[in-house]
Design a protein around this ligand. Structure first.
Ligand code: NAD
Length: 473
């Protein structure tokens, strides 16, 4: 099938590359000329593992362009994957979605039936809005033709995670399709057939999970599909918030949160993922989507205490890091604090709503000096946040040199392998605030660190039981 994807950010580019890999002919369109120029050279403007390889494997079936109209006219399916950032009041800014919808309408003719698919995360009712705007676009460019041009609107929310976006898109847990007519849904099922049946050969670098035979498809109304995306993200923020609440209680009572979460996560009703206590979630989606859901609920006169709490708990976790530094060092003014990690999570360069930014900003406000190292996100941080006077370092050792404390902010794999004794040795004060509970408290103490994790209660030195760790993520 012929597909256009509008927006070549994390979602649009991965969607386009995966559909092209599956055998469709895809044109990815963006208004940002510099981004398109990079894509045309297959130099992805974003960091996403295996994406460039997938684009290469798709060969001539994928192209990148700033010219929307010919792409839309030649397409059976047009995906909207533009950003929907938060407005100051928490509601989603639909400007990009609206502009894209109108442009789609303005580009359509009556040569075929097309499906316009909303992949951006948008509030309930946006499917209707897209349909109206596409019709207005048709009418504005070709007056009198709004009823001759045939199209359907579908909602197909995206659940990929940055850092594993290619695998998440090729091997999703489910595909959600919202729509109101069989013709539209039929086109979507045809498009996703190879993905549903897993009938394609796996790319060498992204192997298929052994247990995956068929991907479930959830077919719903437009409204339910739009709600599913918000409900999924809201649930995850509540789950992490819950782990953090328990962590904070653990600190009071002397329990170890990693053991507690292991103990509850093995309960199949609960599940072990998203139970990692720490300094909280970040990224472009969770905060924005929970705010948007609260805003939507508010429009209907409903106030969600649970979702409001999830946001508040998360903000508090970031502040907790500062408190822990104050407990260890008393005075932060004039101190040098080293941050290990800047990206909101490992394997991405995305800094949107990254906890590291808030922590750095607060430390600088207090009068501390901030040094930082991140394997991927330093260039982005330098470019996007010149206001943050961070000293960027070449590696963790340089961050540690002369620092009064280290804060582990992002759990990059390479940080787990660090030699703690070597870091402690070069610091002015060997204080380690482990914001992701990445290190064993005992190992950190043995390395000479004054260590604090989140919700952790190191075993007394006469407790010789082996500490077993189970990956909870
Ligand atoms: P992004 O900001 O990385 O990319 C959006 C792209 O759209 C930009 O390149 C921008 O230039 C382009 N764009 C804006 N208006 C355009 C127009 N009229 N025509 C063509 N291009 C246009 O955003 P993203 O992270 O890919 O997210 C896109 C949507 O998907 C958002 O609604 C987001 O909430 C949702 N989502 C994101 C993720 C994620 O992990 N990033 C996961 C699931 C869902």
């Amino acid at each position: 099938m012929r597909v256009t994807v509008i927006g070549t950010g994390y979602v649009g580019s991965v969607t386009g590359a995966c559909l092209a890999y599956l055998g469709h002919h895809v044109t990815c369109v963006d208004t940002d000329e510099s981004k398109i120029a990079k894509w045309q050279r297959n130099e992805p403007p974003i960091y996403e593992p295996c994406l460039a390889e997938l684009v290469t494997a798709a060969g001539k079936r994928i192209e990148f362009s700033t010219d929307l109209a010919p792409a839309v006219r030649a397409s059976d399916v047009i995906f909207i994957a533009v950003g929907t950032p938060s407005c100051p009041d928490g509601s989603p800014d639909l400007t990009y979605l609206e502009a894209a919808s109108r442009s789609i309408g303005a580009s359509m003719d009556d040569s075929r039936f097309r499906v316009v698919v909303n992949k951006s995360t948008v509030p309930v009712g946006s499917g209707n809005l897209v349909e109206t705007l596409v019709r207005e676009g048709i009418e504005e460019s070709n007056p009198g033709t709004r009823n001759q041009v045939e199209f359907g609107v579908a909602s197909n929310p995206e659940f990929l995670r940055e850092g594993s976006a290619v695998a998440d898109s090729l091997y999703p847990d489910r595909i959600v399709l919202g729509g109101s007519d069989d013709r539209t849904l039929g086109v979507m099922l045809k498009l996703y057939h190879p993905l549903v049946e897993q009938s394609f050969a796996s790319p060498a670098a992204v192997s298929r999970p052994a247990a995956l035979v068929r991907v479930p498809v959830v077919i719903t109304s437009l409204t339910s599909a739009e709600m599913i995306k918000y409900a999924a993200n809201a649930f995850l923020t509540v789950k992490i918030g819950f782990a953090n609440e328990i962590a904070n209680i653990c600190e009071h009572v002397g329990a170890e949160v990693t053991e507690v979460m292991q103990g509850i996560g093995l309960d199949s009703r609960i599940g072990s993922k998203f139970l990692n206590a720490g300094l909280g979630w970040g990224g472009s989606c969770f905060g924005k989507d929970v705010q948007a859901l609260l805003q939507t609920a508010g429009e209907y006169g409903y106030k969600s205490k649970l979702l409001q709490s999830a946001l508040e708990i998360n903000t508090a976790q970031r502040k907790l890091v500062i408190q822990k530094l104050q407990e260890k060092l008393f005075i932060l003014k004039g101190r040098t604090i080293g941050l290990l990690g800047l990206a909101f999570k490992p394997d991405t360069d995305d800094l949107r709503d990254a906890p590291a930014l808030h922590i750095a900003e607060r430390l600088i406000q207090i009068g501390a000096r901030v040094k930082a190292y991140d394997p991927i996100a330093m260039e982005a941080c330098r470019a996007l946040h010149p206001e943050l006077k961070i000293r960027y370092c070449d590696g963790p050792r340089e961050v540690a040199e002369g620092a009064d404390a280290l804060v582990l902010v992002t759990e990059w794999r390479e940080f787990a392998a660090l030699s703690l004794p070597e870091l402690a040795e070069v610091m002015a004060k060997p204080v380690l605030i482990d914001g992701r509970n990445l290190f064993h408290p005992e190992a950190a103490a043995a390395a000479g660190f004054d260590y604090a994790g989140i919700g952790r209660c190191p075993r007394p030195s006469n407790d010789k039981r082996e500490t077993k760790t189970v990956a909870l993520r």
